[in-house]
Design a protein around this ligand. Structure first.
Ligand code: SF4
Length: 195
């Protein structure tokens, strides 16, 4: 199979983020999630969209173009594991062709993920998996997890819990065209979840 020809449904890409893991990172938010966690920070990513697809070859090209400026890639959503074969193919190509680290956030629990037929391929192609539903009652105001029930699974020595928990809680990025992007834990949604 030509993995470069596979498609991923993407919600958004940010090329320089300081609040999605250690160092400066490229962040890929996929489109589509059926898990419906109450209080989700990214409800606009839920609706699947199989009409606006991005080829892995195009994503990989962008990643390689930016690789000198970033420590790694964070893949979030939406639910990345609902596009599992394409996500694994992308991660394998990133690992083969760059020295970038990969962090993947999923709403599935680790035991659910362990039951996926492609589990071994997944964990061989990423450095860190953060797993579990977002739970409003366990909201966290720092780090990457979003809620304290979510679990860390380190598959290489590249990252550790301290590095990940020192991630800035949120950031506001003002683009050259004036667009404002808030990533990490949006303070307004955070306030709503607390009230
Ligand atoms: S898994 Fe993530 S994107 Fe999906 S509903 Fe839960 S928090 Fe939102």
């Amino acid at each position: 199979m030509n993995h470069l020809a596979l498609d991923i449904s993407i919600h958004a890409v940010e090329y320089n983020s300081l609040s999605n893991g250690p160092g400066n990172r490229m962040v890929i938010w996929v489109q589509g999630c059926t898990l419906n966690c109450p209080g989700c920070f990214n409800p606009e990513t839920h609706q699947p969209n199989r009409e606006n697809l991005t080829k892995i070859s195009a994503l990989l090209h962008e990643i390689k173009k930016h690789q000198k400026n970033i420590e790694g890639i964070t893949i979030s959503g939406g639910e990345p594991l609902q596009q599992l074969p394409a996500i694994i193919a992308l991660c394998q190509l990133i690992k083969q062709q760059t020295a970038l680290g990969i962090i993947l956030l999923s709403g599935f629990s680790y035991s659910e993920i362990q039951s996926f037929p492609l589990f071994q391929s997944l964990i061989a192609s990423i450095d860190l998996l953060i797993a579990g539903r977002f739970k409003q009652q366990k909201l966290l105001k720092n780090g990457l997890r979003g809620s304290a029930n979510k679990t860390y699974h380190f598959f290489t020595q590249r990252y550790n819990q301290t590095m990940v928990e020192n991630t800035k809680a949120s950031e506001i990025i003002i683009k050259p065209d004036g667009e404002i992007v808030i990533t990490g834990i949006d303070p307004l949604v955070w306030e709503k979840n607390e009230s």
